[in-house]
Every structure is written in structure tokens, then in C-alpha cells.
Design a protein around this ligand. Structure first.
Ligand code: ADP
Ligand code: MG
Length: 257
């Protein structure tokens, strides 16, 4: 049965999208079939999987407004093991439309139920907010991966995120379902700077075993890959960040066993 993992943190620029696309790519290297769901309006994950804006009509947001089914919206990519539910940049007032739905927390959950078993891993790239889109992602998930950037104020805002996770956990419990913090991922560690390691220690003290052993280093290949719109694991497979993301994929699989 497929496992659904949301990659969430309401802070922007912490490495959610980078993690989503590189984890998808690295899991596929290990032979896993992956569905990548892009829930960010900026649609960076969609573009980075080689899907051009304008090459598709409907996006995952049409599924959230129940105007399309996931099956209709899902796209194949050049990688036979990765399918994508694309996002579109032109989304008007999606949150307001979701609020109107009496099933508002469960829209994605309901749609994903019959679709997810075609995949071994479903990864959801969340938007930088804790609104209904993110709630829908978490409600549909078995676990959350929380990327934390190894920078000043890294822990800032995590309380809000944890409160949202707790809220979703209590809602899921009614249906006898669970949501775990699957792992906390330290990202963009500048290995030359001592303060980065301070953050590592701080996060490990707070989250303990939840923290992935793999730490993603800050690496120029990673930002270059974004510029060219591809996963770094393909753009520069030997770079430090690629090696780390492949390592992370192994850890993600181990935690699932
Ligand atoms: N390990 C890394 N090393 C260097 N740059 C990175 C790394 N991870 C992400 N970035 C860059 O940081 C920026 C923000 O990352 P992104 O994944 O888009 O964050 P989010 O989705 O949380 O907003 C992007 O320009 C990306 O290329
Ligand atoms: Mg993003």
C-alpha cells in the first residue's frame, strides 16, 4: 500500500520543493513508483519535473474544487516511475472555495483514497502557509516531513506548524487514522559556518530521533539546478546535495519498513 508524505513548513525558502523533487527522483532511482503532488501556486515542483506551464489544462487545484478528478489531472513525466499532479499559477481564491465545501478538510483525502495505491510513495509539496490547502495535504497523509533550514531563527514558527499537525492528528483520530511526524530534515547546512551546527544541535535536542540522520548541505549545484528547472540529482548527480538526497531516500524507505 502506498504511503503519503506531506513536505510542509509554512516558512518559504526552507527547501520544501527542493526536497519534494529530489526525494521523488531519488526514490525512483531505487525503483519506487512515485506520485508527486504540487500544491504550491508557484508550481516550481511541476516545472522542475519537466512539465511546461501551458502544456496542461487542469491542475490539482481543480481537484480541490471538485471540478476534476486526480486521474484526469495526473501527468506522466520523462521518468516512467514518476507521475505528477501539476499546479497552476493562476489560482484564484482557492482557499475561499475550499471553505465553502462541507467536506473541506477531506477533499484531497477522498480523491486520493482510490488513486494512491497505484504508487509506493506519494509526496506532497505544500505551499508556504497553514491554510486549507496544507490541511488537506496533511489530512490525506500518513506522515509529515518538515524541512528546517540551518539558519538563524530556524525554529521560529515551528510551534504553529506543530499545532496544525496536532489539530489534523485529532481530526484523523476520529476516523481511526494517524499522522506522524515522519521526519525533520535539516537543509542548507553551510558546513563552513559554526552557527549552522548550532541549529543542528538545537533541532536535534528538540526533535530527537525524529531528525533524519541525513543533513542536506548548502550546495551551489542545488540552486543551479533550480535555475535550470531540474532536480539536482539529475542536473549534477555527483554533487554533495545529490548524494545527500539519495541518502535521504534510503532513510525514508527504512522508516517505512
Ligand atoms: N541544499 C541547497 N543548497 C543550496 N540552495 C538550495 C538548497 N536547497 C534549496 N536551495 C535553494 O533555496 C531556494 C528555496 O528552496 P525551495 O525548495 O524552493 O524552498 P521552499 O519550497 O520551502 O520555498 C531555492 O532557490 C533553492 O534552489
Ligand atoms: Mg516551494
Amino acid at each position: 500500500m502506498g504511503i503519503v508524505l506531506s513536505i510542509a513548513n509554512q516558512k518559504g525558502g526552507v527547501g520544501k520543493t527542493t526536497t519534494a523533487i529530489n526525494l521523488a527522483s531519488s526514490l525512483s532511482y531505487l525503483g519506487k513508483k512515485v506520485l508527486l503532488i504540487d500544491l504550491d501556486y508557484q508550481a516550481n515542483a511541476t516545472t522542475c519535473m519537466g512539465i511546461h506551464r501551458g502544456s496542461f489544462e487542469k491542475s490539482v487545484f481543480d481537484c480541490l474544487t471538485e471540478e476534476a478528478s486526480l486521474r484526469e489531472v495526473a501527468l506522466k513525466t520523462d521518468n516512467p516511475l514518476i507521475d505528477v499532479l501539476p499546479a497552476k499559477t493562476t489560482v484564484e481564491a482557492i482557499e475561499e472555495k475550499i471553505i465553502m465545501n462541507t467536506n473541506r478538510d477531506f477533499i484531497l483525502h477522498t480523491q486520493l483514497d482510490e488513486f494512491k495505491d497505484e504508487y509506493e510513495y506519494v509526496l506532497i509539496d505544500c505551499p508556504p502557509s497553514l491554510g486549507y490547502v496544507t490541511i488537506n495535504a496533511m489530512m490525506a497523509s500518513d506522515g509529515v516531513i518538515v524541512p528546517v533550514q540551518c539558519e538563524f531563527l530556524a525554529m521560529d514558527g515551528l510551534t504553529q506548524l506543530l499545532n496544525t499537525i496536532r489539530l489534523v492528528q485529532s481530526k484523523k483520530k476520529i476516523n481511526k487514522e494517524t499522522l506522524t511526524i515522519y521526519g525533520v530534515l535539516l537543509t542548507m547546512l553551510d558546513t563552513r559556518v559554526a552557527s549552522g551546527y548550532q541549529v543542528v544541535n538545537e533541532v536535534k535536542t528538540y526533535f530527537g530521533e525524529k531528525v533524519f540522520q541525513t543533513i542536506i548541505p548548502r550546495n551551489i549545484s542545488c540552486s543551479n539546478a533550480t535555475f535550470y528547472g531540474v532536480p539536482v540529482t539529475e542536473f549534477s548527480p555527483k554533487s554533495k546535495s545529490s548524494v545527500s538526497y539519495r541518502q535521504l531516500a534510503k532513510e525514508v524507505i527504512t522508516r517505512n519498513e
